[in-house]
Design a protein around this ligand. Sequence first.
Ligand code: SF4
Ligand code: SF4
Ligand code: FES
Length: 250
Amino acid sequence: MADRQLTFEIFRYNPLKPEVAPYMQTYKLAETTGMTIFVALNMIREEQDPSLMFDFVCRAAICGSCAMVINGRPRLACKTLTNTLPAKIKLFPLPVFKLVGDLAVDTGTWFRYLSEKTESWVHTSKVPDPKVQEERMDNAVANQIYEAERCIECGCCIAGCATANIRDEFLGAAGINRVARFMVDPRDERSPGEYFEIVGSEEGAFGCMGLMACDDNCPMELPLQMQLAFVRRKMAAYGLGYKEKKRIKP
Ligand code: SF4
Ligand code: SF4
Ligand code: FES
């Protein structure tokens, strides 16, 4: 793959200039060792076209802001090496999210909606007492919570999800993963009925078609398939009337 000449076809559109219709722009670039899509885009912007819009912050698969559709698949630009791709590379912005311009989208507004809709905080009636020692948590449960918390809110699972592409309010795998995170948390006192209100609908666990594009596309390799199955099982049981009287803990 050494000395390859890469051809980038990049989606261009600036919503602030609606008089210019969306188009694809071609750029050529010599591949370098260890080049990522993020590096390539920076080179294009610095050397060929300062008007090209795309997002990044961390360059290390931590912030989730550089997600885009790379040769048909939602991926992180900073984690995708060009040497894993053919010499012709097509880049589009993530669908579902509001377009900021070219490859940049606004995932922040969507994830705020997710956090508010799922009420992403521990619901407890206990009043914190700074003089009391912290409560201990079982290691296995702590690990389950940690696993769900690894989501970097990149939006790849949402962009590749058929339901999210046709249903605006659908919480997607990221939302259902968030709900699962609080369901397993022994400090959260929400009842099955309260969780059902959030996720027991077509906008939640029952809108999911189960084809698992989310699981395939998650750059953090979160166990989304398992989380979806867990939440669906709990919500279906509640919906069918098998009401666990108190809490939904595993
Ligand atoms: S399995 Fe469900 S949440 Fe995941 S991509 Fe498919 S429809 Fe979306
Ligand atoms: S679940 Fe994975 S793909 Fe979805 S937003 Fe979180 S890190 Fe990204
Ligand atoms: S720049 Fe932060 S995840 Fe890619």
